[in-house]
Design a protein around this ligand. Structure first.
Ligand code: PLP
Length: 397
């Protein structure tokens, strides 16, 4: 079959591909050490599950309004106000089929052929393909580990052109765990606002924040910035609800209306019963979120301690999210048997073959020195896994 140029121009999600590889090994009976997970290892809290069950029992199983139920939209408005100090009206928020869908819709609503979208690297794997699927050009801007993988105003000014329509900022970051301070965000956001560039602030890991840090939402940095920012969030990571597929966003009315139009012609509303569960997540008790965060922070500490024992490996200490992104550049050029390890893909393949250990090669995130290790897993797996990494590295010559 002759498929579209559009679909031929992108690759499947490498993180989901790795999960599939690890699952296949596991099905063969191999005891896979999985650092590949892009999701919390906790179950969805009971009160949230009950709200989903009740929705079914109440027969809440029909179409809802395209941008989400009024009740869930109100819960989102209340959340933005309570946690982020943001005022959004009912026509400024919408519910999407997972957070991934929010960025996808924005690209479809905003980008024309050859428009440019700035994507700082390391980036979340889906940003560049989403730009390409909309006909646009992702402008990848590398950042350095020494700068905490953060973009500077100088980097941004260099990357902007007359065709720049938007920029993705993801803090706390998947894959680096880096978090922008308000002082670091402000000049970037001011610059974008002054140029009419939409700042797409992906705040999916908002509550997963370490060392007592406080979160600042980009749109809260000033009225002009608010007008040029789309705030993306969701329940997937915060409430361990990845399978429910509910994300949401707040932003300028015309943008939300445009995204809603596309949603109406593609997915229609997000699942009715999942919306009821998400409403309970946002309105219900929040202690569980802090409790999960404490686990993530302890695991971060454990992983960093063990990582420090790996010769030649440097790792930025994650300030949020549940990923560490160590650099293994010192091992490139070494050999496993007669195979030369040339980059992150070779090394990740080696870890999988040698140690039955799954982790995502940094090349998927636009940073080939590094490999992403998810610490959304038990202390036992972290201990066993880092030991296995150490042994596997020692065998390289
Ligand atoms: C997981 C994730 C999302 C959204 O996930 P959904 O499962 O689609 O809700 C968005 N951005 C980043 C950076 C993520 O890691």
């Amino acid at each position: 079959m002759e498929l579209s140029r559009r679909v031929m121009s992108i690759q499947p999600s490498p993180t989901l591909a790795l999960n599939a590889k690890a699952d296949a090994l596991r099905a063969e009976g191999v005891d896979v050490i999985n650092f590949g997970a892009g999701q919390p290892d906790f179950n969805t809290p009971e009160n949230i599950c009950q709200a989903g069950i009740k929705a079914i029992e109440d027969g809440f199983t029909r179409y809802t309004p395209v941008p989400g139920t009024p009740e869930l939209k109100q819960a989102i408005i209340d959340k933005f106000k309570r946690d982020n100090g943001l005022d959004y009206a009912l026509d400024q928020v919408m519910v999407n089929v997972g957070g991934k869908h929010s960025s996808y819709l924005i690209m479809q609503a905003l980008i024309d052929e050859d428009d440019e979208v700035i994507v700082p690297a390391p980036y979340w794997v889906s940003y560049p393909p989403m730009v390409i699927l909309a006909g646009g050009r992702p402008i990848i801007v590398p950042t350095k580990i020494e700068d905490g993988f953060k973009l500077s105003l100088g980097d941004l000014e260099m990357a902007v052109s007359g065709r720049t329509k938007a920029i993705f900022i993801n803090s706390p970051s998947n894959p680096t765990g880096s978090v922008y301070s308000p002082e670091e965000l402000l000049p970037l956001a001011q610059f974008c606002a002054s140029r009419g560039i939409l700042m797409i602030s992906d705040e999916m890991y908002e509550p997963i924040l370490f060392d007592g840090r406080k979160f600042t939402s980009t749109a809260a940095l000033g009225p002009d910035i608010y007008d040029h920012t789309a705030t993306l969030n969701g329940v997937s990571k915060a409430y361990a609800m990845t399978g429910w597929r509910i994300g949401y966003m707040g932003g300028p009315t015309d943008l939300i209306k445009a995204c809603s139009k596309i949603q109406s012609q593609s997915t229609s509303n997000p699942t009715s019963i999942a919306q009821k569960a998400a409403e309970e997540a946002l309105n219900g008790p929040q202690e569980i979120v802090a409790e999960m965060n404490r686990h993530f922070e302890r695991r971060r500490d454990l992983m960093m301690d063990l990582m420090a024992e790996l010769p030649g490996v440097t790792c930025y200490k994650p300030e949020g999210s549940f990923y560490a992104f160590p650099s293994f550049g010192a091992y490139f050029g070494k050999k496993a048997g007669d195979k030369v390890i040339q980059g992150s893909q070779d090394l990740a393949d080696y870890f999988l073959e040698e140690a039955s250990l799954a982790a995502v090669p940094g090349i998927a995130f636009g940073q080939d020195d590094c490999i992403r290790f998810s610490f959304a897993t038990s202390d036992e797996v972290i201990e066993k896994g880092m030991k296995a990494v150490k042994a596997a590295l020692a065998k390289l010559a």
